[in-house]
Design a protein around this ligand. Structure first.
Ligand SMILES: Nc1ncnc2c1ncn2[C@@H]1O[C@H](COP(=O)(O)OP(=O)(O)OP(=O)(O)O)[C@@H](O)[C@H]1O
Ligand SMILES: [Mg+2]
Length: 497
């Protein structure tokens, strides 16, 4: 090819290239330019200082790529002067020297937009930081591990639930060790099966994990296998600590049972109160007419005695009805100074006629000058009813029940001791008897609420309750109440049972 043609093609190629090439002399004068500049004429450009033409300056720019090339004798890449806010690309000049022998004859400067590594790195850095923050601040524990079980990610929630520091987990813990027995193996098997949300996934899988202290923690697990190029490379699990949820669920269930119990008690009370009312009128009639007969007729001695018995029995019925009404009275909890002996007597009065008490000797040792106790009558009735019933049940209806009330030597507390001659409470269950739903009775016979209710009542009254065991000889329940401050009457109790 002809040399001139080759040159022509080269020039055409340069202008086809959509970048501006400028040939600059060592004195910063423009020797040639690949494209026109803002309709300036050649004479306004060629032979002029590049800094003047391009930047209207009187001296070379600070970061001039030509200047650096000139100083270092090798190509230089420098950003264009000016502020550019684009993080993805940076406008630059790339200059390289044109040698004539060993001397630099001129420079070629080319402008282009460099995809900024800084910008890319910054973006990558920012999205990594965002991901890390998301994982770290997740409420669920996030744990990722490689296929050997080496932990790769252990977020803040995991630190809190499992008790290992992130460092410990990443360096010493194997993910298999957070599962009891060989459950880690089962988890992996289920992950690879279709059973729980598809192959490679586990959805809402319930399992226990073990924390650093060896405690079992119920967990809801969502997990998946991470693949790269068709290979399993890691697993990631989102562990939700279920303890709080389970606690709330249990509490709700307990409250429901208690509500049912309370409802039952209250409807029983209403029923009893209704029956008592119904009985009151005919009893009134019986008494009235028996008295009339007694007064108006001249009866034989035998008939008089019989009428006397009728009147006595009718009076007993009326007393029972009165006690029943008193016992089931639906009142707001009202705390007032009250004689504890009366609550004990009322409970015994109602209970002793029951068949369960037929063969039980009841021994009363009540201090008649007992100071009053600031109390809610209805609650006291329930308290003694539960303890005395337990005693009778423990004795299986045969034995001796002793109820004693006294003033403690400090003069500030009254003490009630209720003893039975039953089998006593085994040492291992003694610490649990006041717990809700703790019962040794078969299903349907006991709910395990009696003593927990008794405990709450005693605490509401600022008192103490404990059980003393006499192995083989029975049990004694000891209850202490502070005596009433007589300047403080008729307070409404804030506590509910
Ligand atoms: N006097 C007692 N002698 C022996 N064991 C007793 C005595 N009182 C209570 N217990 C034991 O304490 C347990 C708890 O008593 P609690 O009154 O709370 O429940 P419960 O009697 O089993 O059921 P509920 O009172 O709700 O019908 C009983 O199941 C029993 O094992
Ligand atoms: Mg009971």
């Amino acid at each position: 090819m002809h040399k001139n043609m080759e040159k022509e093609y080269l020039l055409k190629a340069v202008s086809a290239f959509k970048r501006r090439f400028t040939v600059i002399s060592p004195e910063y004068k423009i020797l040639a330019l690949s494209s026109q500049l803002n309709k300036m004429t050649d004479s306004e450009i060629i032979g002029q200082h590049c800094y003047k033409v391009f930047y209207d300056r009187s001296s070379p720019c600070e970061n001039c790529s030509v200047k650096i090339t000139k100083e270092k004798g090798k190509p230089a890449l420098m950003p264009k002067p000016g502020n550019f806010l684009d993080l993805d690309e940076m406008p630059c000049y790339f200059a390289y020297p044109i040698f004539s022998g060993n001397e630099i004859e001129a420079f070629v400067s080319m402008d282009f937009d460099l995809p900024t590594r800084g910008g890319l790195e910054d973006k990558l850095h920012r999205s990594n930081a965002l991901l890390r923050n998301l994982i770290l601040s997740s409420v669920d524990c996030v744990i990722a591990a490689d296929m050997n079980g080496k932990i790769l990610i252990f977020n803040d929630a995991a630190v809190e639930v499992f008790g290992y520091t992130e460092d410990e987990a990443l360096t010493t813990l194997n993910v298999r060790n957070i599962y009891p027995g060989n459950q880690a193996f089962e988890v992996m098997q289920n992950l690879r099966s279709e059973k729980y949300g598809g192959k490679g996934k586990l959805k809402l899988y319930h399992i226990d994990v073990i924390n650093k202290n060896g405690e079992n923690i119920p967990i809801k697990l969502n997990a998946s296998i991470i693949h790269e190029k068709g290979q399993e490379i890691a697993t990631i699990g989102f562990f939700r600590d279920m303890r709080e949820e389970i606690r709330i669920k249990n509490e709700l269930e307990n409250t429901q049972i208690q509500l049912l119990q309370a409802e039952k008690m209250s409807s029983l009370g209403k029923l009893a109160a209704g029956v008592a009312h119904q009985l009151n009128n005919p009893l009134g009639g019986i008494t009235l007419f028996a008295k009339l007969i007694q007064e108006e007729y001249d009866l034989e001695e035998g008939a008089k005695e019989d009428l006397g018995r009728i009147l006595k029995d009718a009076q007993r019925c009326r007393d029972t009805v009165k006690e029943l009404l008193e016992f089931t009275r639906q009142t707001r909890h009202l705390m007032r100074p009250y004689d504890v002996n009366q609550a004990i007597s009322r409970t015994l009065f109602l209970l002793e006629s029951q068949t369960l008490f037929q063969n039980i000797d009841i021994e009363r040792d009540l201090n008649s000058s007992l100071p009053l106790v600031q109390s809610d009558i209805q609650q006291l009735n329930h308290l003694f009813m539960n303890i005395i019933l337990n005693a009778a049940q423990a004795m299986e209806g045969k034995g001796r029940l002793t109820v004693k009330s006294s003033l403690l030597s400090d003069g500030n507390r009254v003490c009630i001791e209720i003893s039975d001659t039953g089998p006593g409470i085994p040492e291992d269950i003694l610490p649990h008897i006041f717990e809700q739903f703790f019962t040794t009775k078969e299903e349907g016979k006991g709910t395990g609420l009696g003593l927990s209710l008794a405990y709450t009542i005693v605490k509401n009254h600022g008192g103490n309750i404990m059980a003393k065991n006499k192995p083989g000889q029975g049990t004694t329940f000891i209850i202490e109440f502070p005596i009433a401050d007589m300047g403080n009457e008729g307070e409404e109790s804030g506590d509910k049972i």
